[in-house]
Write a protein that binds this ligand. Structure first.
Ligand SMILES: [Zn+2]
Length: 113
């Protein structure tokens, strides 16, 4: 049950076939790499804006806010998909979503939380 008193079901992404698990792993890895690359680009941009002397204080603040918001949205989007375990990073195993935090975990880490 969540804080509003609603019953919350945990989501499980489960596959039995080894062949499908391997395909899922490849797709998860692809999404993970796209996410990491975009995050790295945003961090580089943030660093550039912080030292950009051509920007006014307000201009810099505005650009930083926009980039930080974009990075937050990227993290929120990433968290919603079952790409890897939030604790150990495993992308091969079935993943379970914690109904409160919305983070995904492998079975071992889910039981450990
Ligand atoms: Zn794990």
């Amino acid at each position: 049950m969540n804080s509003q008193g609603h019953i919350v079901k945990k989501k499980i992404r489960s596959l039995k076939s080894l062949k499908l698990r391997k395909i899922r792993y490849e797709l998860r890895t692809l999404f993970f790499l796209v996410y990491k690359r975009r995050k790295r680009e945003l961090n580089i941009k943030l660093g550039e804006v912080r030292v950009d002397s051509s920007l006014s204080f307000d201009g810099r603040t505005e650009r930083l806010k926009k980039l930080i918001k974009e990075r937050e949205n990227l993290d929120i989007s990433f968290r919603q998909y079952s790409i890897n375990c939030s604790l150990c990073g495993n992308r091969m195993e079935d993943l379970i979503q914690d109904p409160c935090s919305l983070f995904w975990f492998c079975r071992d880490c889910y039981d450990w939380r």
